[in-house]
Design a protein around this ligand. Sequence first.
Ligand code: 5AD
Ligand code: SF4
Length: 469
Amino acid sequence: MTEHDTLSQTAPKRVFIKTYGCQMNVYDSDRMADALAPHGYVPTQDAAEADLVLLNTCHIREKASEKVFSELGRLKELQGERRAVGADMMIGVAGCVAQAEGEEIARRAPVVDLVFGPQAYHRLPDMLARAQGQRHMHPSLKKAVIDTDFPEEDKFAHLPAAKKEVTVKRGLTAFLTVQEGCDKFCSFCVVPYTRGAEVSRPVHQVLDEARRLVDAGVREITLLGQNVNAYHGLDAQGRDVGLGQLAYLLAEISGLERLRYTTSHPRDMDDALIAAHRDLPLLMPYLHLPVQSGSDRILKAMNRKHTAAEYLALIEKIKAARPDMALSGDFIVGFPGETDQDFEDTLTIIRETGYASAYSFKYSTRPGTPGASLGDQVPEEVKTERLYRLQDLVNRQTTDFHASCVGKTLPVLIERVGRMPGQVGGRSPYLQAVHLEGSTELIGAIHQVEIIGTSTNSLVGRLRQAVAA
Ligand code: 5AD
Ligand code: SF4
């Protein structure tokens, strides 16, 4: 046996996972890697050396969806290169495009071996085995393995936990999905169709996963859900626990220092959750609370089920509970029927709220959503112009927010070495990147940092004092 033979027998299989879209996809990709680990797959950052490539896709806007097909073209070439040297590459499409367009993907891109939706990835090892079986078929008979079910079983109960050393490697901050799906049916949005109805994970599952993360060194957890503040999980006694109550339970985990959650709907910002913001210092004073539009007419057409005034009143209530609360939001410009006045109303709500940051998008027609059948589409150039104006306003607000931090002392979770030698970097409570001079020994804990300046998209700080343990 040659040395090469020995190596190839023991060499692990490599999986390259490319993630598109939201943080939940980032979380899902990690869990897919965890599901594959017991089957000998180790992650690689280089698609060219991968035995398996998974694209974890996003369907939220047309552009996001289309990226998948161009990437598949590129992968077909890489697969050809690997086959030319006697290796191979399996290709899978996961996530929301897979859910929405399962059969269509297999038809349009025969290079794909497996297609599976966000609720089916606990079955990945089994799907892979079936797809491997297909490889030995004559090309005319070969069929992609497709699983876009919304299965009865709870995928989380069937997924292996990440090994401790894997979690340690992933760093000091972690995502934790507590809720999936959405029952709100905003008329522009595909999520209720791709991710399905709202489902909350039971309280014990969430607490166990959080404890495991903290035990592996995680100091900050971001709870994820498409509609996270609609979380209603059951506790061991079968009682309903909302997100506010869940935050109190998580706050009892010793070693967990910061808690965030995203994305929230204004209608689900209940009193218990607002009280948690008042009571729990670990709940960070930075809230992503999208309003989408400032026009009541458009909010109604979007099926958001609240008015602009109700949103502003809610913000006031939240700030009364937590005066240092900063906000981020999402906006859509050019929803069908949006007039100049509607758009001006959106600029007004942005001015009145004052955002630390915000994401904004041109309306993109999504097949199967109620918005897709509305007339009165806004011309592309009008959308572009509105987006530009909106982003200009938001950018000024972000710059002002960064500037307002100068002179303050903020707790910063130091996570890594900085860009320059002798520097370290971390995040403020408001998720701003902060750089400061300091030794690597600072990494892993929260330190008080005086903010002395701003640079593009980040803050510059100076160490004040270490927080007493
Ligand atoms: N077009 C444009 N933006 C959209 N979003 C959701 N659906 C669409 C769409 N069809 C935006 C919303 C949402 C964010 C995640 O993406 O602002 O909050
Ligand atoms: Fe989509 Fe609206 Fe549900 Fe958010 S609340 S996921 S925008 S349908």
